[in-house]
Design a binder for this molecule. Structure first.
Ligand code: HEC
Length: 219
């Protein structure tokens, strides 16, 4: 019989019953229900606030901005590479050396910097900056398809990185069977080159973007 007091029917019919010590049981049951309802609502509110990011950056917006910023950089870089390869990979090495940094500079704007980096560098000037290193390590630990990432920078800026994969066209200068003339040209410019021996489809490094807010300065 006391089991009935735990059913939902029992609640709200308390007036029909004589007050016995069982009412205490019923109250406990209700309290438990209230407690759980409260816990669920509180949990939902908490997860919404945290999910929205609170102080965090909006990943979707910054990913979109990162992609849009990089698009012309990638396009111009590939255009220059293809065009220069028509004259032979030896000439194209010069393009990569001199033109790539220029294109990076052109693509940037006040408050926005772009570039490329790698775990196996050809030019040490492309070494990963402090905020990129842990991301690069993370990508290297996670095989398979890798998504772009957005991080909050210590100075309040936002960093965006996007993985670069080796295509067939890259192999002439980053693969494992370089022609002797390419190999010697690379050795001449980059005596400490580590960016050889890659295979098609392999993770080559990262495109990166740094966004810094300038609006505050002009306020
Ligand atoms: C004609 C030769 C050549 C080809 C083809 C080529 N690269 Fe490179 N790559 C270079 C040179 C030279 C550098 C060094 C540029 C510099 O001094 O900043 C470089 C640098 C890089 C870097 C910057 C990091 C580093 O190691 O210094 C990345 C990333 C990169 N290449 C990826 C690629 C990808 C991806 C492709 C194919 C789409 C490609 N490269 C095709 C010659 C080439």
């Amino acid at each position: 019989m006391p089991l009935a007091y735990f059913s939902s029917e029992g609640i709200g019919k308390r007036g029909d019953r004589e007050p016995t010590e069982l009412t205490g049981f019923e109250m406990t049951s209700q309290k438990v229900r209230y407690f759980f309802s409260f816990a669920v609502v509180a949990g939902l509110i908490f997860s919404c606030v945290v999910g929205r990011g609170g102080n965090e950056i909006d990943h979707a917006t910054w990913t979109e901005r990162g992609k849009t910023t990089l698009a012309p950089f990638k396009e111009k870089l590939m255009g220059a590479l293809k065009q220069s390869l028509e004259e032979g990979p030896e000439a194209a090495i010069d393009v990569c050396k001199y033109v790539a940094p220029e294109i990076a500079q052109e693509t940037g704007s006040p408050g926005v910097r772009v570039g490329r980096t790698s775990h196996k560098l050809r030019n040490e000037r492309n070494a990963p900056s402090e905020w990129i290193q842990p991301l690069l390590d993370g990508y290297l630990r996670t095989p398979g398809k890798m998504e772009p990432k957005v991080v909050q920078l210590e100075d309040g800026g936002v960093g965006y990185v996007e993985p670069i994969y080796v295509k067939r066209i890259c192999l002439a200068c980053h693969g494992s069977a370089l022609s002797p003339s390419v190999a010697s040209r690379i050795a001449e410019h980059y005596p400490r080159d580590e960016a050889q021996g890659f295979e098609e489809g392999e993770f080559r490094g990262l495109f990166w973007v740094e966004f810094r807010e300038l609006e505050r300065e002009s306020d």
